[in-house]
Design a protein around this ligand. Structure first.
Ligand code: BGC
Length: 474
């Protein structure tokens, strides 16, 4: 049954509010590059301390994502989002009002912890409340929000460039989306899948009716119940042989999203532009705002087309484009083209790279990891995939400058290009097309031990996994 217009509008509103967590993720990871310049003026900070300030958020996020599996199962998706909006508010206030560097570090750790949980709970929540026909676009709203958050942080960095003590304002502005998230989540429904899992069937039915704007939700409830017939899994059970392949796939996607170099551009674009001959910091930061804008636009394209074109074509095309633009960057730096030409080549390649990332790996990682795990282990297994993403983000971001110094830009970008080649081969052979298929069907395919690439095969399940009495809507 096609979702009604009314229900489509409602589900978009619900998803957009949950996606404010993504906006905070983008804002709080993007803001530091600008804030750091001013923190240095107020406090004497060593290079190591600077690295610590930048990486404290990534560190917090690693632990947040590890804890989030258990936390979402225990508190529910909605309540946990409310809790993390409180953490965002507390962390932002601590960092913005810090009297010493230790205060900034503590606040950023809190914020990172909240980002780690949010980066996992928001797509999970959206995937679970979405009708499957719209799931791709709706979950990608989260990535769209991340890119809008990054763009806002770049604009604010640019706007505050010449104001003293501005780092407090840069951090402090993060309070606005944090408060909006807490207000918004207050009114949203809990995930019906989580309610069924908690044996709160009547609430689940009512919530689903509200979400679908329809009284007949028995089919969907039955599908969820069928997928839940097997007992709840413990942490150890995510390592069971039938789950291991998808766990590996999730962790690999997190790895691939980061080792192909996205955050060397997002966190260090001004430095790269200066290396390519941009005359001063402010023109480099302005060019970085351009990066933020194309990142948002290409993500809008992904939101509109993921459910029409499918995940695999976008993913594979994007990886090819990323690889070519990284090779372009590498060649440009190698051939020592005269400064003005190099500047434009570097900017062109960086823009193409960002566009290709945004419509492929950017949106698809968060979508696919919210889709591939069976419900009984979804929370914990998705936590592992998201942890892998943060871990590799941390490793790549904290080694980029060292690589640049040791090998030069040409070799460094060539390494990321090689990573794209490897990633293309992996995705070509292993990543399934999950477009237009229910989460329950994907789960059934995994139980049937289909090869990874085929777990998104459609087709109504003719043999139910277990014989449960049909749920009757009253
Ligand atoms: C990635 C982030 C990245 C952002 C850029 C996200 O999907 O996880 O690490 O900074 O995309 O848009």
């Amino acid at each position: 049954m096609k979702p009604s217009n009314q229900s489509v509008i409602y589900i978009y509103i619900v998803s957009a509010i949950a996606a404010v967590a993504g906006l905070l993720f983008g804002f709080d990871t993007g803001i530091i590059s600008g804030a750091l310049l001013f923190i240095e003026k107020d406090f004497p900070v060593s290079t190591e301390m600077k690295e610590l300030i930048v990486s404290s958020v990534l560190f917090g996020a690693m632990f947040g994502s590890l804890a989030s599996g258990r936390l979402t199962d225990r508190f529910g998706r909605r309540r946990l989002m409310l809790i993390i909006s409180g953490l965002f508010i507390a962390g932002t206030a601590i960092a913005a009002l810090a009297a010493q560097v230790s205060g900034i570090l503590l606040g950023r750790l809190f914020i990172g912890f909240a980002i780690g949980i949010g980066s996992y709970t928001a797509p999970l929540y959206i995937a679970e409340v979405s009708p499957y026909e719209l799931r791709g676009g709706l979950v990608s709203l989260n990535q769209l929000a991340i890119t809008i958050g990054i763009l806002c942080s770049f604009i604010i960095n640019y706007a505050f460039t010449n104001i003293d003590g501005s780092w407090r304002w840069m951090f402090g502005i993060g309070l606005v989306p944090a408060v909006l998230l807490s207000l918004g989540m207050f009114f949203l429904p809990e995930s019906p899948r989580w309610l069924v899992k908690q044996n709160r069937h009547d609430e689940a039915v009512n919530t689903l009716r509200r979400l679908r704007k329809s009284t007949d939700v028995s089919h969907e409830i039955n599908e969820i119940r069928n997928s839940l017939q097997i007992k709840q899994a413990s942490f150890r059970e995510i390592f069971k042989p039938w789950i291991l392949p998808v766990l590996f796939l999730g962790a690999m996607l997190g790895f691939i999203q980061q080792v192909t170099g996205i955050n060397t551009i997002i966190y260090y674009a001004p430095a790269i532009f200066q290396l390519a001959g941009f005359p001063d910091a402010s023109s480099s930061i302005l060019a970085t705002v351009g990066i933020g804008i194309v990142n948002v636009l290409a993500t809008i394209f992904a939101v509109c087309y993921l459910d029409k074109l499918g995940r695999r074509p976008l993913l594979l095309t994007g990886l090819i484009g990323m690889c070519i633009s990284l090779i372009g960057l590498s060649v440009a730096f190698q051939s020592g083209t005269d400064a003005s030409l190099l500047r434009w080549i570097a900017m062109g390649c960086t823009f193409v790279y960002i566009i290709c990332f945004a419509f492929s790996l950017g949106a698809i990682l968060w979508l696919v990891v919210s889709e591939i795990f069976p419900l009984e282990v979804r929370a914990t297994a998705m936590g592992v995939a998201v942890f892998s993403c943060w871990l590799w983000n941390f490793i790549v971001s904290s080694t980029f400058l060292t690589l640049l110094n040791a090998m030069g830009p040409s070799m460094t970008f060539l390494i990321y290009a090689l990573m794209c080649v490897f990633s293309f081969a992996f995705c070509y052979y292993k990543v399934p097309e999950t477009n237009g298929v229910t989460l329950e069907q994907i789960e059934e395919n995994i139980r049937r031990r289909l090869p990874l690439r085929d777990i998104g095969q459609p087709g109504p399940s003719k043999t139910p996994l277990t014989q449960t009495p049909e749920y009757q809507a009253d």
